[in-house]
Design a protein around this ligand. Structure first.
Ligand code: PNS
Length: 160
């Protein structure tokens, strides 16, 4: 059974993330979306909120699971019997960061392969930070995130 983990902060899930989830789920038997818990980036959403939102967004995807992890990604993969890491690749500027993560993980466990899916061009400018900035100043994020994410963002910023 081919099990992959798509790790990230998902703070919050954007259309770009969801596209990578849908596309990578087709390549493997099981895809586990792994939400990083101990994030030094000071997330806007709690781990529980990020996991809950992802579960709502993937509820109709049969081979997709959502879980959170702390510590090393390679240990999370071992715990889940997974051997593949999925990452989304948007632009050349992502290259050094993704290379560093992939090579670090490879040096920690050389049985693990990283697959980078090239982001669709319509999502290539998107990032969770951009979405948060636009939403914080009241901009329209409806084309950047799934509807459910927009609901979560509205609650956060407008207390609705
Ligand atoms: O969405 P992000 O924030 O770019 O994802 C980064 C992530 C979660 C892939 C990375 O920070 C990670 O795997 N952290 C867990 C700790 C770890 O294993 N570090 C060594 C490899 S970078």
């Amino acid at each position: 059974m081919r099990i992959a983990v798509y790790p990230g902060s998902f703070d919050p899930t954007t259309n770009g993330h969801l596209d990578i989830i849908k596309r990578s789920a087709k390549l493997v038997d099981k895809l586990i979306v792994g939400v990083l818990k101990n994030n030094s980036k000071q997330p806007l959403f709690s781990t529980d909120e990020r996991v809950e939102l992802l579960k709502k967004l993937t509820k109709d995807m049969e081979n997709v699971e959502v879980d959170s992890f702390s510590g090393l990604l390679v240990d999370f993969l071992k715990e889940k019997n997974a051997t593949i890491i999925v990452r989304g690749f948007r632009a050349v500027s992502d290259f050094e960061y993704e290379l560093q993560i992939a090579q670090t993980n490879y040096s920690l466990d050389n049985n693990i392969e990283t697959i980078c899916l090239i982001t669709r061009v319509e999502y290539s400018f998107l990032s969770a930070s951009i979405v948060k900035e636009v939403a914080m100043y009241g901009g329209d994020i409806s084309k950047m995130v799934p509807e459910e994410t927009a609901v979560y963002m509205n609650k956060k910023y407008k207390g609705k």
